[in-house]
Ligand binder design. Structure first.
Ligand SMILES: [Ca+2]
Length: 271
């Protein structure tokens, strides 16, 4: 099944805790079905067991991925590391080349600054907030031709300019490489760029059992047992094309990785 572009929430409840803090949208309590993660040997992107996850409390999530400008504020306040990328440039681009360790330092800085509990989302929180009212499969069940309405992916624009010879999503998003945040349609909860532009770190460690054996709690909490030198990442990037197969390595990375198309979005508890 594919879905047409849905309408964004016209009036999300927004929160801003300081003038350099990321703007947050309130994600209401609710429940969704989420597929169990693939094991090391992988599986097709649209098959496999799934589980109902219940979010009994609302929480808040960044409307955008954290930007270079926001990261730079954290550096200047001595809360964050300088990165390999120069975050004084391209202020409205998502911060990338940032490791999981560095990203969690940013959330701790925000928590200290505001008095609220900022953190990375669990895998299930990420998927619930990012999916909105769309579907379970990769690119949230959107028809391949519609993915460019929601985000910056490896599209016809990128292939015509870069010529990497990758499979190309059959649409035009107008962006060749990483772009500024918020250039595409928001989802039901008012979040932007949950498809494309940069992947996003999450809190979870990989479940030792892999596919079919647990994988994540049904409460919205992160899975924090097993090899926690690996951490989750979700979403897609400006280099993403049509998926065929997901493996554990496409869902978890070493927590020191700092890749050019991997950033993050914060969440915070409301209570
Ligand atoms: Ca693109």
């Amino acid at each position: 099944m594919t879905l047409a572009v849905s309408h964004a929430n016209a009036d999300p409840e927004l929160i801003s805790d300081c003038n350099v803090c990321p703007t947050l949208a309130v994600i209401p309590a609710g429940e969704i079905d989420i597929r169990l993660p693939p094991g090391p040997s992988g599986r097709g992107h649209n098959v496999g067991w799934y589980r109902r996850v219940i979010f009994s409390q609302p929480f808040a999530a960044g409307v955008h991925e954290v930007t270079n400008s926001q990261w730079q504020s954290c550096i200047e306040d001595e809360g964050c590391d300088r990165l390999d990328a120069d975050t004084t440039l391209l202020g409205q681009h998502p911060v990338t080349q940032v490791s999981w360790k560095q990203a969690t330092k940013y959330t701790k800085w925000l928590s200290k600054k505001t008095g609220y509990n900022y953190r990375l989302p669990s895998n299930t929180e990420w998927e619930y907030a990012a999916r909105g009212d769309l579907g379970m499969n990769r690119y949230f069940n959107l028809a391949p031709e519609s993915v460019c309405d929601y985000g910056n992916v490896y599209d016809r624009t990128a292939e015509s300019e870069l010529g990497y010879g990758l499979d190309t999503l059959p649409c035009n998003d107008g962006q060749i490489t990483l772009s500024e945040v918020g250039q595409f349609a928001a989802n039901q909860f008012g979040l932007y760029d949950t498809i494309g532009n940069a992947y996003e770190w999450t809190e979870d460690c990989p479940s030792p059992g892999g596919q079919g054996r647990g994988g994540f709690p049904t409460t919205g909490k992160p899975w924090l047992a097993g090899d926690c030198s690996l951490r989750g990442y979700r979403g897609s990037s400006w280099l993403s094309n049509e998926p065929y197969y997901l493996t554990e390595s496409t869902r978890f990375k070493d927590l020191t990785s700092n890749e050019e198309d991997l950033g993050f979005r914060v969440v915070r508890d409301l209570l």
